[in-house]
Design a protein. Structure first.
Length: 220
């Protein structure tokens, strides 16, 4: 009888083990299946306890899996302004981290940040990513800046960033002519034309671009 009871117990444990293994396998297959064809993205919130949604559906921040295409990510919290970011899985930052940083709406929000200094560190990281993204967009829109500065005999060209806009600085080098003379003016116009031709050869629309000349031919 005792042997029979032990055999029954062993069978029960075997059955329970198989059932447990089946549950684990089903869960693993379900999890993997739900991620097939999706893009893994890390989402960071500030405040960290903000309500987070993806395309209007409540989600949990951290590692998320987005179907390919465009999505709307949003974070909301009391005492903070809502923050929304449109993302496209084909154009994600590298590494793929999306920051949703809500601005404070009142003194209570400011106090929250003061009481949670770790949030400030996260916001600094997000700010660094934003600057990098802006620069990447500028490089994409104006690839010429990767070739600057350039120094030629008659002119030099460099650039500066002002409010996320590119300003080209063109210096002209007239030689052997008295400033204000006709020869001086002619050289300025000639060298200006050469500088503009170089910019245009690099794809710059010089009619729309902001360009500062030194000396400025229009002043003579």
């Amino acid at each position: 009888m005792e042997k029979t009871a032990n055999q029954m117990n062993n069978k029960i444990w075997i059955v329970l083990g198989l059932v447990g293994l089946s549950v684990v396998i089903v869960f693993a297959l379900f999890t993997l299946g739900s991620r097939v064809g999706k893009v893994e993205v890390k989402v960071e919130l500030s405040p960290k306890d903000a309500t987070f949604t993806i395309d209007g559906k409540k989600a949990k921040a951290g590692t998320v899996y987005l179907s390919k295409g465009k999505h709307t990510l949003k974070a909301t919290r009391q005492n903070f302004k809502d923050v929304t970011k449109e993302v496209n899985t084909s154009n994600l930052p590298q590494p793929p981290i999306i920051y949703l940083i809500a601005s404070t709406a009142n003194a209570a929000g400011e106090k929250y940040l003061t009481d949670n200094p770790d949030e400030v560190t996260l916001r600094e990281l997000a700010g660094g990513q934003a600057v990098s993204e802006d620069q990447d967009k500028l490089y994409e829109s104006q690839p010429v800046i990767q070739d600057l500065p350039i120094d030629a005999i008659d002119y030099s060209i460099d650039y500066a960033l002002e409010a996320n806009d590119i300003v080209f600085s063109v210096k002209l080098f007239p030689q052997g002519a008295e400033p204000g003379s006709n020869d001086y003016k002619a050289q300025l116009e000639q060298y200006k034309a050469a500088a503009l031709a170089w910019l245009e050869s690099k794809g710059v629309d010089t009619k729309k671009a902001k360009i500062i000349y030194t000396p400025d031919p229009s002043q003579f």
